[in-house]
Ligand binder design. Structure first.
Ligand SMILES: [Zn+2]
Length: 183
């Protein structure tokens, strides 16, 4: 187990903004990176995705837990690693839930594709070409953004779309618009 520290905004914004470089060979270094990223994501059950720059490694690697519906609903599957993910088709843009392990406690609605065709390499270095749909597409799109130094706050179109989550009397998580949160 090698859990890495997740870089936080705004303290380490420059590391989050740096563009990541393609992986040339899936060697031991890349395999260790993937294993560390999986351990780090597994250590954060509230998270469903992580990109290498979030642990201060600027290589094009992301890990995701597919099958979530956003807002913590759904049964996410085992962690999947994607190397050099490249979007070849993107459609069905819709507003949906967004959040990021580098922004603890902050959430927002963003517009992202709900159909995403991506090619790249799997964690064994084998090429893949697959389609992600619905919230899986949102998640993979969010993580690929990280490789370009793009953060979810960049995709929020109105300050009214930011919110925090708070537990109500019935133990349900409810949205509290950021404008109503006392500083
Ligand atoms: Zn993120």
């Amino acid at each position: 187990m090698a859990i890495r520290k997740i870089i936080l905004f705004p303290k380490e914004e420059s590391a989050l903004r740096k563009k990541s470089q393609p992986v040339r060979v899936v060697n031991r270094y890349v395999k260790t990176l993937i294993s560390n990223m999986k351990d780090t994501l597994a250590d954060h059950p509230e998270g469903i995705g992580l990109a290498a720059p979030q642990i201060n490694v600027h290589s094009r690697v992301i890990v995701v837990r597919l099958g979530s519906k956003g807002d913590g609903e759904g049964e996410p599957s085992p962690i999947l690693a994607l190397i050099n993910p490249e979007i070849i088709e993107s459609k069905e843009p819709k507003k949906d839930f967004d959040g990021c392990l580098s922004f603890p406690g902050l959430f927002a609605d963003t517009i992202r594709p709900h159909y995403l065709r991506v090619k790249g390499l799997d964690e064994w270095g084998k090429p893949f070409d697959r389609v992600f749909e619905d919230f899986d597409a949102v998640l993979v799109h969010h993580e690929i953004d990280h490789l370009e130094g793009v953060l979810f706050i960049d995709r929020v179109t109105s300050v009214n779309d930011f919110y925090h989550l708070k537990e109500n009397e019935d133990g349900k998580m409810v949205r509290v618009p950021m404008s109503l949160v006392k500083k």
